[in-house]
Design a protein around this ligand. Structure first.
Ligand SMILES: *Cc1c(COP(=O)(O)O)cnc(C)c1O
Length: 358
């Protein structure tokens, strides 16, 4: 606390990212990183950009990230004016809060969802109302039929992993023609349907994606939004009032290379999906209840074991999973899908920790 702080700083409750452990070889299943590396073409593009010369970094990058806009537009089958790019989708979301969600009515999002949403709402002084998930942790889109200043839904939802169908999202859009509906698709490539298919019919729809998860580039910081050009213009106006160069030179070329390598993208995401199914079955065999996941993580609870104690016991074995001390989900563990070997290490450890009913 300091008398020099702005008023708003006293009221902030910053987001806490998952731990980046300092141990040498952790089994790291706590931040939904991709267990496989990015496409080899990304490294090649980064080397080519640097070209062995320190001089390359002397110049500012393209402030409009034009080549990256074109690569995203082409990959997603939209026009470049329907694309906004940011420094990770977290930054894209921040600009959305600032530019599109500050209205008289509160915005709506689920009570259990990505915990950055309430953090941004406080930072940007956006009123919000949370809508309770059903008892099976699914989203009832009809519960969002009420006056609002915008709707924000992660699909698949985090940390539950449960997905809405495209038909359910369409129903949400039809019921909410007059406020911005943001669908955060950070995990969509692991098993859900993208709402990008709906943007030409619904001018209030904004779809947000990231290269951090399915393209294994969390360290490069690239995310994007797709929507009607008027929504995109709002985000560009905010961006150009905040930082002209959010995407650095390496991020621009690396992201383009990742988007170009569809073969690598498909191979690695299908490997993650296959491991998720094995991991789910193995957890169930140990007595865990596992929510159906369309993401690169599973959300699981054990009827007889305390989740915080399990997370701590795993931590002592240098296996890291995520535990949230939050209402309704304090008995769950969120486990990122790792390699087959990492998931086996987790299951082997759990076998020694969990009492299995015989
Ligand atoms: C990981 C994640 C993001 C942020 O991704 P970045 O692009 O790395 O900032 C956004 N939304 C959800 C739901 C996420 O899980």
């Amino acid at each position: 606390m300091s008398r020099f702080w702005s008023d708003i700083v006293h009221r902030l409750s910053p987001y806490t990212p998952g731990e980046q452990p300092a141990v040498a070889h952790p089994v790291k299943l706590n931040t939904n990183e991709n267990p496989y590396g990015p496409s080899p073409r990304v490294l090649a593009a980064l080397s080519a950009e640097l070209g062995g010369q320190a001089d390359t970094l002397r110049r500012y990058p393209d402030p409009t990230s034009r080549a990256l806009h074109e690569a995203i537009a082409q990959r997603m089958g939209v026009h470049t004016e329907q694309v906004f790019v940011g420094n990770g989708s977290d930054e894209v979301l921040a600009h959305i809060f600032q530019g599109l969600l500050r209205h008289a009515e509160p915005i709506l999002f689920p009570d259990v969802t990505y915990s950055f949403y309430p953090t941004y709402a406080r930072l940007f002084e956006v009123q919000f109302t949370t809508i309770a998930l059903e008892s099976d942790f699914s989203i009832d889109v009809d519960a969002y039929r009420r006056p609002n200043g915008g709707i924000l839904i992660a699909n698949p939802n985090a940390p539950t992993g449960r997905a809405l169908t495209l038909a359910q999202i369409e129903r949400l859009l039809v019921a909410n023609p007059d406020s911005v509906v943001v669908i955060d698709e950070a995990y969509v490539d692991f098993g859900a349907e993208s709402a990008i298919a709906l943007i030409d019919r619904f001018p209030q729809l904004l779809v947000v994606q990231t290269l951090s998860k399915s393209r294994s580039l969390a360290g490069l910081r690239v995310g994007f939004a797709i929507g009607h050009r008027d929504l995109i213009e709002a985000l560009t106006r905010v961006k150009d009032s905040f930082n002209s160069y959010p995407i650095d030179r390496l991020a621009q070329v690396g992201a383009v290379a990742a988007l170009d390598d569809v073969e690598w993208f498909d191979k690695t995401r299908h490997a993650v999906i296959a491991t998720r199914e094995t991991l789910t079955a193995d957890l169930q065999a140990l007595g865990f209840e596992v929510l159906p996941s369309a993401a690169n993580f599973v959300f699981a609870r054990h009827p007889d074991e305390d989740a915080a104690a399990l997370a701590q016991a795993l931590r002592e074995r240098e296996i890291f999973v995520r535990h949230f001390r939050l209402p309704r989900i304090e008995q769950f563990l969120r486990i990122s899908v790792g390699t087959d070997a990492e998931c086996k290490a987790l299951i082997d450890a759990l076998k020694t920790l969990v009492k299995v009913a015989s």
